[in-house]
Design a protein around this ligand. Structure first.
Ligand code: BGC
Length: 401
């Protein structure tokens, strides 16, 4: 089966996906070639120069390299943009097929973008709007489980579920599979053991999401790539606070772990001042950061937030405390909400990571369609995250606005 989603992250768990990595590998080869060119250029020029000339000469290939990399990045973004705008061919036979969608909580701003795109794209594929029902789980597993029961009783043709608690995935899978309904999990990854069960039993169940490890790593790298590597007060240690999402969620776990790991991998000495759960919520992000600022004051160099909503809250607290992002403190989130990308462009936030809801929504809908058409579907599909910093925030904004 040919993968039809967007960029596919090189997930070691899914061997089939390795075959689908040609584009990804080509990009990496191109980047390596650019780096090699720049290295060769500097090696040729440097030995015959005096000190000042040497400096000027090394700056030259670096600038060239930067320009080439920027061009490359622009090309990649153009490709993303084209895929986002690509119109699928609508299938008239789908008009009477019923799709049930369960979202863990409508008030989550990232999931609002996701579900809007999902519904639009399902309609573009040929499902009729009246036959797509989207339910709000109100962040309560019991409520969501009742909604799933109702969808089963109604005999929907396919279910797309963003679970409230991933620990309930096994129970949910069992009852949906028993009812003979194919199932696409989105956004909250049920876990490797659960996914292995679908594979072993040959069930029509799949997960479409992103590998949260990648987003955490990108956050850490964004800080490590700063000139002072995030050491705002220059005392040799990067002290940070971690504002976590719901810790039951792998996105929260991996972002927390991998962001710090990436910073350490860049040779930075780090110290965690506090780590608290903000449940993906802006108000909680604001409260946690405000409290930490009054407790630790100028000691805080970096505020890591597992998502942008909490980072927006953190920004409010930082501004209220009279601190200035990118001057005496750094702040990163994940999602690339429009307001955050604008803030990154305007130097009010350090960076974020694009959580590609277009790619995830389209792949989820494509897989739902494949199930309805009786086609083979793999058990996991991963979509790439993209780093967002001042350099590419403008391009990202164009794509998401
Ligand atoms: C997003 C969060 C969102 C969460 C919901 C994460 O991938 O980054 O913004 O609240 O999913 O499960």
């Amino acid at each position: 089966m040919v993968f039809q989603g967007w960029n596919c992250y090189n997930n070691p768990r899914n061997e089939n996906q390795n075959k689908k990595q040609e584009g990804y590998k080509m990009k990496r080869k191109l980047i390596s070639a650019l780096l090699a060119t720049a290295m060769v250029a500097s090696m040729v020029v440097v030995p015959v120069m005096a000190d000042e000339e040497t400096e000027a000469a090394t700056r030259l290939p670096q600038k060239l390299l930067q320009k080439l990399l920027q061009k490359l990045l622009q090309k990649l973004l153009q490709k993303l943009q084209q895929k986002k705008n690509a119109e699928p061919v609508a299938n008239p036979d789908l008009a009477d097929k019923k799709v049930g969608v369960c979202i863990y909580q409508f008030s989550d701003n990232f999931m609002t973008l996701f579900r809007t795109e999902l519904e639009d794209y399902l309609v573009k594929l040929g499902f009729s709007k009246e036959n797509i029902t989207i339910q709000d789980g109100q962040n309560d597993q019991a409520t969501q489980s009742n909604q799933i029961d109702a969808f089963i009783a109604d005999g929907v043709d396919v279910l797309i579920i963003n679970p409230v608690n991933t620990s309930s995935a096994e129970t949910i899978t069992d009852k949906v599979v028993d009812a003979g309904i194919p199932l696409v999990y989105i956004n909250r990854e049920p876990g490797e053991d659960e996914e292995a069960r679908w594979d072993e039993n040959g069930w029509d169940v799949t997960y479409v999401g992103c590998d949260a490890r990648q987003s955490g790593t990108f956050q850490g790298e964004e800080i490590a790539e700063l000139e002072n590597k995030g050491d705002a007060d220059g005392d040799g240690v990067v002290r940070y606070i971690m504002v976590q999402g719901d810790p039951e969620n792998v996105d929260a776990q991996y972002r927390t772990e991998k962001s710090v790991e990436a910073l350490k991998a860049a040779g930075v000495e780090v110290e965690e001042l506090t780590k608290q759960r903000g449940d993906w919520d802006q108000t909680k992000g604001q409260e946690i950061t405000a409290n930490a600022l009054s407790q630790y004051g100028d000691k805080i160099d970096v505020v890591f937030c597992n998502n942008d909503a909490m980072a927006l809250g953190a920004l409010q607290a930082i501004e209220a405390a009279g601190r200035t992002v990118n001057k005496d403190i750094y702040l990163v989130g994940v999602d690339a909400l429009v307001e955050v990308v604008e803030n990154v462009m305007n130097d009010k936030m350090t960076g974020t990571v694009f959580n590609d809801y277009f790619g995830q929504a389209h792949t989820a809908a494509d897989k739902a369609l494949d199930f309805v058409n009786g086609k083979d579907v793999d058990n996991v599909y991963m979509v790439d995250y993209v780093k967002v910093t001042t350099e590419n925030a403008g391009d990202i904004l164009e794509m998401i606005k």
